[in-house]
Write a protein that binds this ligand. Structure first.
Ligand SMILES: CC(C)(COP(=O)(O)OP(=O)(O)OC[C@H]1O[C@@H](n2cnc3c(N)ncnc32)[C@H](O)[C@@H]1OP(=O)(O)O)[C@@H](O)C(=O)NCCC(=O)NCCS
Length: 170
């Protein structure tokens, strides 16, 4: 079944609800350190939440996606990182995550972004056009889990770093 969700920008006063949603989505997730809500808060506090979209159904928040700036070889450009992406457990597998990704990527592109990276499951993110790119490296995880989608120019080469907000623990 498809959940009918409206995707829109985060509004003032929604930080707490988004935190609760993100925590609930990642609770017990095998690859989660349980820090995703803290990461979203840290990015927001640092002014590094470049794009923060929510999915809303019957005035309830059921999904959230964050985008933040990345660097390649220490240089900032017009590249962004997707994540965390979270859908409320009862609403998962109904197309909400995909709607958030599609809206987010479209808005980034409209704002002039050159591209976006994501660390995640290729079976999920491949459908949006993300592909592992030789030479664009995120140290640590298996290379096939780190993917990029370019809109302008070639994919940069080198080591990617996410914003320091991703080191947030609580
Ligand atoms: C992963 C998540 C964001 C996907 O959102 P969603 O709304 O549940 O997924 P969608 O309905 O958009 O997509 C469903 C499709 O993706 C697949 N899918 C869902 N989660 C997947 C996953 N973790 N890995 C691979 N495929 C996945 C489903 O099989 C389904 O494919 P199908 O349509 O071909 O059957 C959501 O399940 C979630 O919040 N999970 C917990 C947190 C998480 O893992 N976040 C992502 C970290 S990178």
């Amino acid at each position: 079944m498809k959940a009918v969700a409206r995707v829109r920008a985060e509004r003032a006063g929604e930080a707490e609800a988004i935190g609760a949603l993100v925590s609930a989505a990642f609770l017990g997730h095998p690859h989660s350190a349980g820090t995703e809500a803290a990461i979203v808060r840290a990015l927001r506090a640092a002014g590094a939440l470049s794009l923060s979209l929510v999915a809303e159904c019957d005035e309830r928040l059921i999904g959230h996606i964050a985008f933040s700036p990345i660097t390649v070889e220490g240089r900032a450009g017009a590249w962004f990182g997707l994540g965390p992406l979270a859908v409320a457990p009862p609403c998962q597998r109904q197309g909400v995550g995909a709607e958030l990704v599609r809206h987010g990527l479209q808005q980034l592109q409209e704002r002039g972004a050159a591209g976006c990276v994501v660390l995640g499951d290729p079976a999920y993110y491949g459908r949006f056009g993300f592909r592992a790119v030789p030479g664009l490296v995120y140290p640590g995880p298996p290379p096939e889990l780190f993917m990029a989608l370019a809109w302008k120019g070639p994919v940069p080469q080198g080591v990617v770093a996410y914003h320091s907000g991703f080191e947030a623990r609580d």
